[in-house]
Each structure stands twice: as C-alpha cells, then as structure tokens.
Write a protein that binds this ligand. Structure first.
Ligand SMILES: C=C(O[C@@H]1C=C(C(=O)O)C=C[C@H]1O)C(=O)O
Length: 358
C-alpha cells in the first residue's frame, strides 16, 4: 500500500503557517486525539506581495520536529527550493508538498525532483494555479521519473481573475477527475480550505471530494483562526475539524451486495446502449455536415453560418427547459459538436492543413 492509501481518507491538518513554537505545539496537541494522519504547517510562504509574513524557515522546522517527537505525529511542509528539501530531511519531515506556484515551473519542479532522487520521501504535488492538466501531470511525472514511488496530487482549485461564485479558487472538478482516469494508482487529496477560501464551505467541499473518490483531505487548522497570520478566513479550530470529520460520509467505489450489483449492471447496460446511440447520432450528424460542406463549396459559402448556429443554440436550449437539462451544459456540449462540424467543412472547402481524425 502506498503511503497515502490507508483504507480510509488520509487526513492532513495543521495551520497555514507555523507562527510560534507555542502555536505549533498547541495545534498538534489538539489534533492528536482526532487521529489525523499527518500534521501540516507552512514554514516558507510564497506570498503574492513582498512585505507580508514569509514564514519562520528553519526555526519552524525545529518546532515541527519537536511536535513530531512529542506526539508521535508525522508532518509535512511545502518546499520550493532544493535547499528547503535539504532542511526538510535534516528535521525529519515525513512528506513534502510542492505548491501551486511552483508546479507551474518545470525548471523548478525538475530541480526539486533531482534533489529528492534516492530519498524515498513521499511528495504531494498541488495543481498549478492555471487549469492545465498537462502541467500538473508533467510535474507528477518528473517526481516519478526521479524514482519516487509515493507521489500524490493535491487539488487546491484554480486561480482566476475573479473568484468563482462562493469559492476562492475554482474547483474545476473535471480536471482532477481526468487526472484520476489517466493515473488510477495516483492518490488525490483535496484541499477544501483553499478552494473554499472561507470556513463555512469546508464541510461541503470535503464531502464532495470524498464522493468524487478523492483519497484524502488537507484542511487548515489553527487554535485561534481569526488571529492567524495568514489565511485567517479559511482556517478552522481543531474542534471544528473534529466535527466536520465526524459528519463526513465515507463511501466506497465497490460493494459486495449482490442486489446492488445486479441493479447497477442492468442500468449500466441500458446506458451502454444509449452511448452507442449517441455515437451513431453524432456520426450521422457529422456526415450531414460534410454534405452541407460540399454544397457550400459549390456555392462559395462560408463554413461558419452565425445565424443558423444561433437558431440551433436557441432551439436546443429551449428543449432543455422542457426536458429539465442544464442549459450551460448543453451549450458546452453543442459548442464542441459545432466546432468539429466546422472543422470538417473547412477541410472540404480546401483547408487541407486540417485533417479529419478518424
Ligand atoms: C451545418 C452547417 O454549418 C455550420 C455547422 C453547424 C452545425 O454543425 O450545427 C451550423 C451552422 C454552421 O456554422 C450549416 O450551415 O447548416
């Protein structure tokens, strides 16, 4: 079993920043009875603007090592430079994570991977700030290629110019879901604190993550959150964490219950038949679009026809209201279909650099 797969959600908790020795020891003491899997604290803080509190560095590592010994509590910190890794090893950190602002830079990630070679230290890779799955997976690949086996991903949401409704970082759930599809063995931990940006949504995002098959949660916890030096609005007390964890419903991917299995098998067969129909229908639609393309070629007409496209969007979204389908979802889907349809017509009109992928 990998470091992060314990058969139950892997829980990491602790303050955003290690502020003082007292704060570190008090938080750790309060988290021990909750049975968390690992303590976290930031010791080097990548701040947006200079002049903010940037962490207590090596001194904070001494406090974390002290808490580790005192409470027999594993701990993890964020690293951004090879020297941070050296110090993390010196003070016996049990795992490290790479922050979203580091994951965006392949040079940086490679330096960290090189520094970790041969150490066997478990690594967690936060998603890059921008919603780029290739960059996220690429960073993970660099650590795997360095021979590290305990590599996990952390989903902390994606930064945007304005925050998504009610969130600090846009969750963009299809991205971690796709990562899990590509890498079934990879553990993915959700960071509901950074996604929410405020206390009152942490429980809801945590439950959602578990229902999306995430392997664990990293939740910022502080003895007096309102007085926290960083990220005060999104930190919760150890007792609030206890409450959230107790209320979480942990669900499994599979069941041994025969009745459920039979029911699911039946419904899935019906869905398979619908999927086959959808593919047949899309194929027919594309064939028709190619015929339209041939006619346009003869008549010297443009591939894209805005008024016709508007008509289609209007009529399909009108049908959504009748069928109870989400309009945004259908528009997204149709935009993809339309784009492919245009691509095929462009090819027919003579844009030979556009090949039809079959
Ligand atoms: C099929 C046509 O060509 C384009 C593709 C469309 C589609 O796939 O729905 C709609 C309008 C055009 O932009 C057309 O002009 O009817």
């Amino acid at each position: 079993m990998s470091f992060f797969k314990t058969g139950k959600p892997f829980i990491i908790a602790g303050p955003c920043s290690a502020e003082t020795r007292e704060q570190v020891l008090a938080t750790a003491a309060a988290l021990v009875p909750i049975n968390i899997d690992m303590f976290r604290a930031g010791v080097w803080k990548p701040r947006t603007k200079p002049g903010s509190f940037e962490g207590n560095g090596e001194q904070a590592l001494q406090w974390l090592q002290e808490a580790k010994k005192l409470y027999n509590l594993k701990y993890t910190i964020e690293v951004a430079e090879p020297e941070h890794i050296e110090l993390a090893l010196k003070y016996e950190a049990d795992a490290i994570w790479v922050g979203a602002r580091t994951t965006v830079n392949p040079f940086h990630v490679q330096h960290l991977a090189d520094a970790l070679k041969g150490t066997g230290v478990p690594v967690m890779v936060k998603n890059p700030v921008n919603p780029d799955i290739e960059l996220w997976e690429g960073a993970i690949e660099r650590f795997l290629a360095a021979g590290l086996t305990d590599v996990a991903a952390i989903h902390r949401g994606f930064s945007g110019y304005s925050s998504a409704v009610g969130y600090r970082n846009q969750p963009n759930w299809p991205i971690p879901i796709e990562l899990k599809r590509r890498r079934p063995e990879l553990s993915i931990i959700c960071d509901p604190s950074h996604i929410s940006g405020k206390r009152n949504r942490i429980a809801e995002v945590s439950q959602k993550a578990l229902d999306m098959h995430f392997d664990g949660l990293m939740i910022e916890t502080h003895p007096t959150p309102d007085e926290a030096w960083t990220d005060a609005r999104q930190q919760i007390t150890p007792s609030q964490l206890k409450d959230i964890l107790e209320k979480l419903v942990v669900r499994a991917e599979f069941t041994n219950d025969m009745g459920t299995q039979v029911q699911l098998e039946h419904l899935r067969q019906l869905m398979d038949a619908v999927d086959a129909e959808i593919i047949d229908l899309i194929t027919r639609r594309m064939e028709l679009s190619e015929k339209v393309g041939e006619v346009k070629k003869q008549a010297n007409m443009t591939a894209y026809q805005p008024s016709r496209w508007r008509e289609i969007v209007d009529s399909t979204t009108a049908r959504c209201s009748v069928n109870g389908l989400d309009k945004d979802f259908i528009v997204d889907l149709y935009e993809k279909i339309h784009h492919e349809s245009i691509r095929r017509q462009l090819f027919i009109l003579g844009n030979t650099q556009i090949e039809i992928k079959k």
